[in-house]
Design a protein around this ligand. Structure first.
Ligand SMILES: [Zn+2]
Ligand SMILES: [Zn+2]
Length: 292
């Protein structure tokens, strides 16, 4: 897989990070290189426009899409992991949602008893939390639930997708997209070492690229067990033993500035060399585009 390229080839799957931070947006000079926006990833594959999560990074994506599409209709699929704020808070600021030319297929878990639509609608109640009501959005938005106990396979156009429940308080979903250039795995908001580790291992097995929750270093994780996030060391070990080609450290902690993330990345790369010389470890950076 070549390094980042600004050139987009319609036949090659590409991925862009619009938000890489966990928990809360963390703007400012100390996080300028890796970025401060919360989870949002854009994947272009098989002619499909796929967005993973609606953290604050989705605002920038929306601006770019409006510029790119102009008055033309926009169709996209939003794969949603779970209802925690850092994965939904950008949606009220997603400009295409305010256009009747936009069609959004939201796919996610049944994150609350009231269902997936409530996750989006409650934060846009038209009064207390946000001035514009979700129900008044002119875009066409449809919702599809994934039953964690049922069939986890579905497709987006020609792209086969597999969902996987992760080890996270309240539950979350990871996603695997199969592309002609290999599997792309999103495994954020997941704590490694849970009871279901073998299921996770099968889910990520042989993926070309994995975006993985590596919020903590090997010391921090010791006091944060049960918080539902991974450590660099454990994520690199998991990727190495599961035949993953390239892993992107993701869901960066708000307390970790650029220098800290440089250090964690270097540690992860050193650990990878001990496991498997061909495992590539990188850290997700906001704005970076990757071609498979
Ligand atoms: Zn999160
Ligand atoms: Zn979460």
């Amino acid at each position: 897989m070549p390094a980042t390229s600004p050139h987009r080839d319609p036949d090659r799957p590409s991925l862009r990070f619009w938000g890489v931070r966990g928990s809360i947006p963390t703007p400012g000079p100390a996080t300028a290189r890796y970025g401060g926006n919360t989870t949002c990833i854009e994947v272009s594959v098989g002619g499909e426009r796929i967005v993973i999560d609606a953290g604050s990074g989705i605002r920038g994506l929306g601006v770019a899409l409006m510029k790119e599409c102009g008055p033309e209709p926009l169709h996209l699929t939003l794969l949603h992991s779970h209802a925690h704020w850092d994965h939904i808070q950008g949606f009220p600021f997603f400009a295409p949602a305010y256009s009747k030319q936009t069609h959004i297929r939201v796919i996610g878990g049944n994150a609350t008893a009231a269902g997936l639509p409530r996750v989006f609608a409650d934060q846009m109640d038209g009064q207390r939390y946000f001035p514009f009501p979700f129900a008044a959005l002119p875009s066409q938005i449809t919702f599809e639930h994934i039953d964690a106990q049922g069939d986890l396979r579905f497709s987006i156009g020609s792209v086969a997708v597999l969902a996987c429940p992760t080890n996270h308080p309240g539950g979350s979903l990871g996603y695997r997209l199969e592309t002609p250039h290999g599997g792309i795995v999103f495994l954020s908001d997941h704590e490694t070492g849970g009871a279901d580790e073998e299921r996770i291992r099968a889910f990520i097995s042989g993926a070309a690229l994995m975006i993985a929750d590596a919020q903590y270093d090997s010391t921090e994780i010791l006091t944060r067990r049960g918080w539902g996030h991974g450590s660099v060391e454990e994520v690199v070990g998991l990727a190495a033993s599961s035949g993953v080609g390239r892993v992107y450290l993701f869901h960066h902690d708000p307390a970790h500035d650029d220098a800290c993330l440089d250090r964690m990345l270097a540690e992860g790369q050193a650990q990878a060399r001990q496991h498997r010389s061909d495992l590539v470890v990188d850290a997700a950076r906001e704005g970076e585009e990757i071609l498979l």
